[in-house]
Design a protein around this ligand. Structure first.
Ligand code: UD1
Length: 429
């Protein structure tokens, strides 16, 4: 069993390159299913969620050809199966994008209900409402979503009751080749929604308004293949900002889009972290103390829920009291119990966490219960006195490319160590 072993207390310095955005990649790969031809996708992060998606598409009949680091060619010309293996599908949340993609391609999808990180009830009612608005019949039986349309989907009007990233993406994919116009109202506005629209438009789709709350999709009869480069990962970049804020130091974060990070950099600046912005990089400096603040997570452009655990770890080390209100998920404070093992003083009441300032974290054995919880434990461990051993790293490797190597480059003492029978064996630097 591989765990991360972190000896904390070292300041970070140097520079780090941010990888392609996980949440864009896990939407764009399945979206290639509605393209008839060859898609060449660049800047894919080397993470387990991406390899899982490529396995799923290969299992449906797509040809996958790696094209150097971060590149892949996906040929869906002969993709002819509409029932992916439930076992593969349950391994990740974003597997539901295959419902929209298969419906849009062949009018039929039988897809297992998704898995992924557990932070409360994760319904897909808005996705299903969207497919129905396009004329599909949708039902759930024995854990499988069955969606069918007699003939091609037909454009429709969808008003989401709740802002949902996944439902917005799923309906955009399904509607790209529907007959006529689809209008999505109360759409999510995350950067990866704009990235997906740009990908589909570069393949011949006609999607306007992505990035606003009304998206208009005029269906086209065919999407041709082409090349596309995925945007940088705003949450990975935010995690490195949190790491520097917690451990202290001076780090340049390269390959980012500063606009996508505005709500994040604003909060860290408020806390006393120095951030210099350039065209496609940031310099993050933290030598002195930080002050606590209050944060409410919200859909983009609000502060992202996917950075809430990491900034909570930093707030523990900031003067005064901080309050986090989780505005997206019902149960996203499960990591708090693990941070408490390291000395955190956090009171949780439903969707609110009250964080008291501590002098510092102390290393402890902890377990990552989900992807971003794992990132928060790394952030805390980098600042801690002594050694932290982080279990459950399978979650972290779903979403962070080479996190151990990237942090080592910055001077952190972090290693992936195999614990086969209680005796640790080092496996990577
Ligand atoms: C995506 C991200 C996830 C992030 C989340 C919010 C991916 C692969 N995952 O998840 O990392 O935390 O956005 O930024 O991109 N909801 C419903 N009905 C639905 C769908 C959602 O009630 O049909 C609710 C959810 O329970 C939640 C809220 O809407 O409270 C937001 O969910 P959504 O934006 O759909 O999250 P995901 O797309 O699953």
């Amino acid at each position: 069993m591989i765990k991360y072993v972190v000896n904390g207390g070292r300041e970070l310095s140097g520079s780090v390159n941010i990888s392609g955005a996980k949440n864009a990649a896990v939407a764009i790969i399945p979206a290639s299913v509605i393209v008839e031809g060859v898609c060449h996708i660049e800047n894919l992060p080397n993470i387990s969620d991406v390899s899982l998606w490529l396995d799923i598409l290969a299992s449906l009949g797509a040809k996958i050809r790696p094209m150097g680091p971060g590149g892949v060619e996906i040929d869906t010309t002969n993709l002819n199966r509409t029932s992916p293996s439930p076992e593969l599908m349950r391994k990740m949340r974003a597997s539901y994008y295959l419902i929209g993609a298969l419906l849009g391609r062949s009018g039929r999808a039988n897809v297992a209900m998704p898995g992924g990180c557990d932070f409360g009830d994760r319904p897909i009612d808005q996705h299903l409402k969207g497919f129905r608005a396009l004329g599909a019949t949708v039902g759930i039986a024995n854990g499988i979503v069955e969606a069918n349309s007699d003939g091609p989907l037909v454009g429709g009007h969808v008003y989401f009751d709740k802002v949902s990233v996944g439902a917005t993406i799923n309906v955009m994919i399904a509607a790209a080749k529907a007959v006529g116009m689809t209008v999505i109202e109360n759409a999510a506005k995350e950067p990866h929604i704009v990235d997906l629209a740009n990908f589909l438009n570069s393949m011949g789709a006609d999607i306007r308004g992505a990035g606003t709350n009304v998206i208009r999709i005029r269906g086209v009869s065919k999407l041709r293949g082409g090349s596309y480069t995925i945007i940088p990962d705003q949450i990975e970049a935010g995690t490195y900002i949190a790491a520097v804020a917690a451990a202290g130091g001076d780090v340049r974060i390269n390959n980012i889009i500063p606009k996508h990070l505005e709500s994040i950099t604003a909060k860290f600046k408020e806390m006393g972290v120095k951030i210099e912005e350039n065209d496609d990089s940031l310099r993050v400096i933290r030598h002195g103390g930080m002050t606590g603040t209050n944060i409410t997570t919200l859909p983009y452009p609000g502060f992202p829920t996917d950075l809430q655990p990491q900034i909570a770890a930093v707030l523990c080390l900031s003067d005064g009291m901080s309050v986090i209100t989780e505005g997206v998920w019902d149960n996203r404070f499960r990591y708090v119990e693990e941070l408490r093992r390291m000395g955190a003083q956090i009171q949780v009441d439903g969707k609110i966490a009250i964080i008291s300032s501590i002098k510092g974290f102390s290393g402890a054995p902890v377990c990552a219960c989900d992807l971003r919880a794992g990132a928060a434990l790394i952030v805390a461990a980098l600042a801690a006195s002594g050694q932290t051993v982080i279990d459950g790293i399978i979650h972290i490797e779903r979403g962070y490319e080479d996190i151990v190597a990237k942090l080592c480059e910055l001077g952190a003492d972090i290693r992936a160590v195999d614990f086969p029978s209680g005796n640790p064996v080092m496996v990577t630097a």
